[in-house]
Design a protein around this ligand. Structure first.
Ligand code: NAI
Length: 332
């Protein structure tokens, strides 16, 4: 297991009592440099910022790896065509806790609105001034949900509870959406009408930089944008311009396009080299968390159990219900 953090090992060790796999935990990320560590291991387990491009897949295949078990729902970091070519099966955890990600999304919305991040710092300094902390009622606002799958639909359900109007955009509408009064519209209409836009679609060639300069120009001035999906859905440089002009009024990110060099590590005594990220940190109306939306004990338990079950299924039967193939991606 690459990128194995102590907090995950606890859950994997506990879940493994039912499966009895022989596990080796490795701290480094999977990269072309670390791939040789996997030599002789039939199954390799990776997370979202591990690299599984064609070069790494070829190295793994040469080392005898037959199965790549993802501890994530997203699989945009895996070259599925290369995996198929080298006879490496890929399994994932399609759903572990949509609630974890949806609730964190709503947490970002509330933080940005009521400026809890600023209030926290002020109160600790003995500053009880309210100026600069003015928020707004979320009740009655229009929330645009881009991608109404397992997570998006949970966000819709929660925001329906807040008394919001809901708009959705998804090439494959979710029948559950009608119970929240969610209206499906075209993407441009959603971007132009929503007060809060929240992204929950996977990263694909179609969604890469879905929120770019042109899309931001369509926003209601001062709209709130939340991304807890994948960083590359948003063109961060365009978002910075949008923040500078006020076209984006609030930005909440749990993911960032270049996050693999930053997230999941303690870099507090280093100089951040990514100037785009550093600029984002300077805005008072930007809140960034380091890909933690999934991070609840419920989710870690489910990730460990499903991952070990996926490996067990492939070892025992040659199949897994959670296999992902290049063909599936082109035909969702
Ligand atoms: P899902 O597969 O249930 O839903 C994704 C939805 O996006 C589907 O309804 C699909 O039709 C839709 N979609 C596909 N192409 C689209 C497009 N071009 N425009 C708009 N919608 C499109 O996936 P789920 O479980 O809801 O997860 C969504 C994403 O959230 C994942 O792909 C992953 O990238 C991200 N995620 C982030 C986590 C975090 O910790 N920040 C944790 C888990 C997932």
């Amino acid at each position: 297991m690459f990128s194995a953090k102590p907090y995950e090992r606890k859950f994997f060790d506990a879940a493994n009592a039912d499966y009895h796999h022989d596990m080796t935990y490795l701290e480094p990320r999977l990269t072309p440099q670390t791939a040789p560590l996997a030599e002789g291991y039939p199954a390799v387990c990776i997370f979202v910022n591990d690299q599984a491009n064609a070069e790494v897949i070829e190295q793994l295949a040469q080392g005898g790896t037959k199965l790549l078990a993802l501890r994530s729902a997203g699989y945009n970091h895996v070259d599925l065509t290369a995996a198929e070519k080298h006879g490496i099966r890929v399994v994932r955890v399609p759903a572990y806790s949509p609630y974890a990600v949806a609730e964190h999304t709503v947490g970002l919305i509330l933080t940005l609105n009521r400026k809890t991040h600023r209030a926290y710092a002020r109160v600790r300094e003995g500053n009880f001034e309210l100026d600069g902390l003015l928020g707004f009622d979320i009740h009655g606002l229009t929330v645009g949900v881009v991608g109404t799958g397992k997570i998006g639909i949970e966000v819709a359900r929660i925001m329906h509870g807040f008394g919001c109007r809901l708009l959705g955009y998804d090439p494959y509408p979710n029948p559950a959406a009608s119970s929240f009064g969610l209206d499906y519209v075209e993407l441009d209409a959603l971007l132009g009408r929503a007060d809060i836009i929240t992204l929950h679609s996977p990263l694909t060639p179609e969604t890469y930089h879905l929120i770019n300069e042109q899309a931001i120009a369509l926003f209601k001035p001062g709209a709130m944008l939340i991304n807890t999906s994948r960083g590359a859905l948003v063109d961060a440089a365009a978002a910075i311009e949008g923040l500078k002009t006020g076209q984006i009024g609030y930005l909440g990110l749990d993911v960032y396009e270049e996050e693999s060099d930053l997230f999941f590590e303690d870099l507090s005594d280093r100089i951040i080299q990514d100037d785009v990220f550093a600029r984002l940190l300077t805005f008072p109306n930007v809140v960034i968390t380091g890909h933690q939306a999934f991070f609840t004990r419920n989710a870690l338990l489910a990730i460990a159990d499903t991952t070990l079950a996926n490996i067990h299924d492939v070892a025992q039967t040659g199949e897994s219900a959670n296999e992902v193939t290049a063909a599936q991606v082109t035909k969702p």
